[in-house]
Structure formats: structure tokens, C-alpha cells
Design a protein around this ligand. Structure first.
Ligand code: FVH
Length: 278
């Protein structure tokens, strides 16, 4: 058999906004998709579109040779996998949950003790852009494993391998997110200035800020693409955890905390939004 044929059946652990988008893109590409979520009833229209929903993690692992985890954070991945890790022996697990570099390396070490084939990942897309032309997914880990798995997961976004070090997908992911949040902090500051001085924010954004950033962006990052944000798709808890991930990655690298002020401010806003909603 060709190795890629093994991976036509794919299980997804986690049906948050991103897990559902991943499952939907795989279904649209004709994959046999099995889904599991801690809280039942989150499959939405996925089952009507052909997905099989199972009530246990074991059931999901059994259903496919390739399992993709897309959960809130590293702790939820550990919590989900710990009781079933022996079942993953000689199977492939791709973790598309965001986390820090150290977490990815430790997860890799732990899974390898159990004979799991493991690839770490980082999703460079938001739910509405999964499977669209600009989307890409960072992967790190063994190159031969990436070569076997990439065709199966290519409907999610262009597979892009960033190195053998299992921490590198998180490294590139967190670094890219840091760049994105830095732009966001600058835009926020600009808008506050407009408000304070009585400017027309919408006109400023449309006629000044956007064309200005479009002009400048290639100077900072050649070929970057900026997606519109869709607020409903961004669970503040997920974002808060994501910001903590970036700060953790920064701390692990010994980067001075004062350079991450824009991230701390974003994190504070997300935590406040969670507290208000809860
Ligand atoms: N959504 C986005 O824009 C970003 C884009 C870039 C990559 N991220 C990362 O993707 C991971 C999942 O994000 P998400 O948007 O799906 O997040 P939520 O909608 O909040 O869903 C969270 C899922 O995690 C499950 N979960 C949480 N804690 C546990 C646990 N202890 N054990 C098992 N599952 C857990 C949760 O299940 P439930 O609450 O419905 O039972 C959801 O399935 C994330 O790493 C982003 O950084 C998305």
C-alpha cells in the first residue's frame, strides 16, 4: 500500500470552533472523519455531512490510524490522552492544539515513550479560512512522517514542515502570533487616538490605516496575508490561553517581559471578557 492511503480515515479530538472547521474541511475533501468532543452535542451538521461521532476517545483512536487533537491547550491534551495513550502505540497523532515550545517537546518525549508516531502542528488559519487558499499548517517532527501525513491533511491548508524539532511548529506559530498581536496593539492605539481627538474612526481605518498597513506590511514580512477578524469565532478563553502561550514561549526564550506589554494588555482584556461572560 501507499502510506498516504492509510490516512484516508481521520479522527478529530475536539469540536470547538477550530475542530469543527477542521472536520468540515476534511469531509469536504472526501475523508472518512470520526469526531469526539468532551461535551457531547457539538458536532453540529458534521454528522449530517458524513462524520461519525463517537462518545469515547478510545472509539476515536480505534476508528482511524491518524488522530488529530485540536483542544484548548496542552493541559487538555494531556488530560484527554493520558488514560488512552497506550492505545496510540504504532498510530499517528497530530497535535494542532496551540501551546509553548517546551510543552510540544515534552509532549513529544512522553508520546514517544509509548511508541506513538507524533507530529506537532500550528494552525495558521482561523475557522472561516481553514481549507481556503491562504491557510497553511505548520508541522514539526520527523520529516518522513510529515511526508506520509501531509497528503491526508492537505485539505486543511497548505502543509508546511518547519523542522525535526517537535517544538518548532509552536515556535513559529507563537512568533507569528506575536507579530499579529503587535499589529493589533498598534491598531488599537491608533483607534484610541482617533477617539480622543474626535476623528472619524471608520473613515480613518478605510482611507488611511488600511492602505498604510498594506503599503508597510511587505516591508516587515514579505508576502504576508491579513485575514478579516470574525469576533464570534474567537472564544475569549481560547484567546486568553493563546496569549498565555505566547508569553510562555517568550519567557522560555528569556525575552524581556516589557517587550510583551501589548500581549499582557490583550490577555487582561480576554480574562475580563471571560469573567464578564461567566
Ligand atoms: N479559533 C481560532 O481562531 C484559533 C486559530 C489558530 C489555532 N487555534 C487553536 O486551536 C485550538 C482550539 O481552538 P478552538 O477555537 O476550537 O477553541 P474552542 O472553541 O474554545 O474549543 C476548545 C475545545 O477544547 C475542548 N476542551 C477544553 N478543555 C478540555 C479538557 N480538559 N479535556 C478535553 N477537551 C477539552 C473543548 O471541549 P468542550 O468544552 O466542548 O467539552 C473544545 O472542544 C486552540 O489550541 C487554539 O489556540 C484556534
Amino acid at each position: 500500500f501507499r502510506m498516504s492511503e492509510q490516512h484516508e480515515r481521520i479522527s478529530i479530538l475536539g469540536l470547538g470552533a477550530m475542530g469543527r472547521a477542521l472536520a468540515g474541511a476534511l469531509l469536504a475533501a472526501g475523508r472518512e472523519v470520526t469526531v469526539w468532543n468532551r461535551t457531547p452535542g457539538k458536532a453540529g451538521d458534521l454528522v449530517a455531512r458524513g462524520a461519525r461521532e463517537v462518545s469515547s476517545v478510545e472509539g476515536a483512536i480505534d476508528a482511524s490510524d491518524l488522530t488529530v487533537a485540536c483542544l484548548l491547550d496542552d493541559a487538555s491534551v494531556r488530560e484527554t490522552l493520558a488514560p488512552v495513550v497506550q492505545k496510540l502505540a504504532d498510530r499517528t497523532l497530530v497535535n494542532l492544539t496551540s501551546g509553548s515550545v517546551r510543552q510540544a517537546r515534552e509532549l513529544d518525549r512522553w508520546l514517544k515513550e509509548y511508541g506513538v508516531r507524533f507530529l506537532a502542528g500550528g494552525i495558521m488559519a482561523v475557522p472561516p479560512t481553514v481549507g481556503t487558499e491562504g491557510a497553511f499548517i505548520l508541522y514539526s517532527g520527523a520529516r518522513d512522517l510529515f511526508d506520509r501525513v501531509a497528503p491526508a491533511l492537505s485539505p486543511l491548508g497548505r502543509p508546511h514542515w518547519v523542522g525535526e524539532d517537535p517544538g518548532f511548529a509552536a515556535l513559529y506559530d507563537m512568533a507569528a502570533l506575536s507579530g499579529m498581536y503587535g499589529i493589533g496593539a498598534g491598531v488599537d492605539h491608533a483607534v484610541r487616538m482617533l477617539h480622543a481627538e474626535g476623528g472619524d474612526v471608520e473613515t480613518f481605518k478605510r482611507e488611511v490605516l488600511r492602505p498604510w498597513l498594506e503599503q508597510m506590511l511587505p516591508i516587515f514580512v514579505a508576502g504576508a496575508d491579513v485575514s478579516d477578524t470574525v469576533p464570534d469565532e474567537y472564544n475569549p478563553e481560547m484567546q486568553a490561553v493563546g496569549l498565555e502561550n505566547i508569553l510562555a514561549a517568550s519567557g522560555e526564550a528569556g525575552v524581556p517581559a516589557d517587550l510583551a506589554g501589548h500581549l499582557r494588555a490583550s490577555l487582561w482584556r480576554m480574562r475580563r471578557a471571560v469573567a464578564t461572560a461567566g
